[in-house]
Design a protein around this ligand. Sequence first.
Ligand SMILES: C[S@@+](CC[C@H](N)C(=O)[O-])C[C@H]1O[C@@H](n2cnc3c(N)ncnc32)[C@H](O)[C@@H]1O
Length: 270
Amino acid sequence: MPLSPEEREQAERFGETYLRYQTPVMRTLERSVCGCDYGGTSWTTREEADRIAGLLDLRPGRRLLDLGSGSGWPALYWAAEFGCDVVLTDLPLDGLKIAAARAVSDQVSGTCWLAVADGAALPFGEARFAAISHSDVLCCLQDKLGALQSCRRVLGPDGHMVFTVISIVPGLSDTDYQRALEAGPPYVEAEDDYGALLEQTGWDIAEQIDVTANFAETIRRLIHMERQQESALSTLYDEETLAERRTSRDIKLRALEDGLLRREIFKVTG
Ligand SMILES: C[S@@+](CC[C@H](N)C(=O)[O-])C[C@H]1O[C@@H](n2cnc3c(N)ncnc32)[C@H](O)[C@@H]1O
């Protein structure tokens, strides 16, 4: 499925965000909220990245594909911590350029490759990777089945994929469903639940971990820290944008507290 005009626009917006998130204000904020400073746009905290690394079994000589890798979080962190080789792919070139510079300045010991690529049409041969990861990427793209199929094709035998995803809790009323849609990431709506999507694309679920409570806690921390950093943030955003950010955080947190959205970690095998 080719990318829609909306997805292309989203990629441009992500590109701008990656550039802005490299400013000292945003990196300080990220360190205080998530414990890292790669300029990430997922909700993966450092604590979660450590947990996911354990599920991925990363070590020198193993090649990890990170899909929708933005400016390198968390794949470059893993490369630095575990010495694995990493392949980073995403749509916005600006994010990947930042990641390339970070790989050099961190002097990661393994090899790091980068490619602009649609996650639903990965430009790699079959069975090239020992492990695959993606952080809140499936809820940012339309062709979820295409991305899951594409990942399965490039994962090697005995490999596994670990990813986080935000989804709408099933069984909501129409009103609550609309609230979840408004509060969630751009492509939070899925044609089926992730268990079914994984089954349709030939994946077996090895572990499914609900991290919604951590997600809500991260947003609370972010709201708190953004309030403290308001004057520094006003050097980056105009008043209207800052107000929109605050409202969107509040809407998200309320949706989580009301049980409308969830965030999970899946470990799957092909
Ligand atoms: C929530 S961000 C996560 C980025 C990064 N991994 C992080 O944790 O900061 C989702 C990423 O998915 C990427 N993305 C969206 N649609 C995509 C597609 N069709 N193929 C590959 N990446 C895509 C976006 O460009 C964005 O960088």
